[in-house]
Design a protein around this ligand. Structure first.
Ligand code: SAJ
Length: 406
């Protein structure tokens, strides 16, 4: 069946770029979001998130008439679900956070009245193993004859900051609930992806995505553990890693203030939650990376105490960066934000800096040059480009992301 119309549910970091790309490839795209202001912004040809090139794609998609945003779905040949799959936050630090697929279920229910025989329904959200089957189950419960509909998982794999390029160039994994669904869905992706489209089943596709992000989490945990050890041993961890990486089969990642974002800091829990104690390495890595942020907080507080004892006054601390990684405005699961919030809550005198954000509801955002001038202790939490090569004299500097040496 030739696909002409696509309904994309969820116009966030994945849904909107996907919708805009498809609309620029001559599909008619009906984008759906539950937030009216998001719908209005997009219909004006504008965007509500920061992502290079996305504005150009959305503007041309809306101007061409191929992209329209709405708060309700319509009938279409293909439905793409691109809604968040967070976890339930848990106050018990020793417990494993449980996945929350409520948005996937709600999105599935919202399309059910519009799904017709021959349609393709694709789940792109990163999901616990078994979620695609759950989508099928919810459609069936809502009265859809799922024997006549193609249902598949095609996990998004794009890196924020490079989304428009990676949407086209990355290889994709497609796993259907039937072999026909896999084939129909893979053929659809082949119309706009220049990377290879690899076919498998739904569960393997779900697990592949969780595996990719867990692989990264485990490897970053190794680097973060090294950073704590090196601090104890009086060794420069960045230099150590650069030296070790000169071995032809060693490739250690970079330590930081912790691991953040809605993906790598979340997805490994989906495996741990389902593993019943068997995912020991993956769970430990998650905890090592979370612990790194606690360690940073302790380090900053101890430095502040030493300053106070030496100078007889409470120091001003500049927290440099709040985003979850360099050069973006995304604060989701951000270790830098977690650290800054905790330092403020614990009564330290913080000047919060985030050059990619103008305003924040919880506290003031200070210009980075002003903060550096006013602060006694400068804490680099995120390696933003604007922080590189800054010359800071006569201040205590704590650099957790190696931005001052670059
Ligand atoms: N980080 C480190 N050290 C490193 C690399 C990263 O501490 O050496 C930290 C970053 O500062 C950040 C976190 O890890 O806090 C995650 O950043 P990232 O750039 O590695 O990845 P994300 O979360 O932006 O995107 C990831 C990507 N997955 C992989 O690289 C396996 C992306 O391809 C996925 O599409 C995305 O997750 C997703 O949506 O799942």
């Amino acid at each position: 069946m030739k696909i002409k119309t696509v309904c994309v549910i969820g116009l966030g970091y994945i849904g909107l770029p996907t919708a805009a790309l498809l609309a620029n490839r001559n599909y008619y795209v009906h984008g759906v979001d539950v937030v009216q202001s998001t719908v209005d912004t997009i219909n004006e040809g504008k965007i509500h998130i920061v992502e290079p090139e996305l504005d150009t794609f959305v503007r041309s998609a809306v101007n061409s008439g191929n992209l329209k945003a709405d708060i309700k779905p319509i009938e279409a040949d293909c439905f793409i679900l691109a809604v968040p799959t967070p976890f339930h936050h848990n106050d018990d630090l020793h417990a494993c956070p449980a996945p929350n697929i409520d948005y996937v279920i709600a999105a599935t229910r919202s399309i059910a009245p519009y799904v017709r025989p021959g349609n393709i329904v694709i789940l792109e959200s990163t999901s616990p193993v078994g979620t695609t089957d759950k989508v099928a189950e919810v459609l069936a419960e809502s009265g859809v004859d799922i024997s006549l509909v193609h249902i598949a998982h095609c996990p998004e794999r794009v890196l924020p900051g490079h989304i428009m390029r990676e949407l086209v160039e990355n290889d994709r994994i497609v796993g259907g609930t039937t072999a026909e669904a896999t084939k129909a869905t893979a053929d659809f992706y082949r119309t706009f992806v220049s990377g290879e489209v690899l076919e498998t089943d739904a569960k393997t596709a779900e697990m592949a995505k969780l595996t990719e992000n867990s692989f990264r989490d485990v490897n970053i945990a190794f680097a973060n553990e090294l950073s704590i050890l090196c601090d104890k041993f009086g060794i420069d961890v960045w230099n150590l890693i650069a030296l070790a990486n000169r071995h032809p089969r060693v490739n250690i990642l970079q330590p930081g203030a912790g691991v953040g974002g809605h993906c790598i800091a979340v997805d490994p829990w989906f495996i741990v939650d389902a593993a019943g104690g068997s995912a020991r390495l993956i769970e430990t890595a998650r905890r090592v990376n979370d612990y790194k942020s606690e360690w940073v907080i302790e380090k900053v507080k101890n430095t502040a105490l030493t300053f106070e004892n030496t100078h007889g006054r409470i120091p001003k601390i500049a927290c440099m960066g709040l985003a979850f990684k360099p050069d973006i405005d995304d604060l989701r699961e951000s270790p830098a934000l977690f650290i800054t919030r905790r330092l403020i809550a614990d009564g330290t005198n913080v000047l919060a800096v985030e050059p990619n954000i103008d305003k924040f509801k919880e506290f003031d955002i200070i210009d980075f040059k002003v903060a550096i001038a006013q602060a006694d202790i400068i804490v680099f939490l995120v390696g933003h480009k604007v922080f590189k090569g800054l010359r800071i004299a006569n201040k205590v500097v704590l650099d957790f992301c190696n931005v001052t040496n670059n």
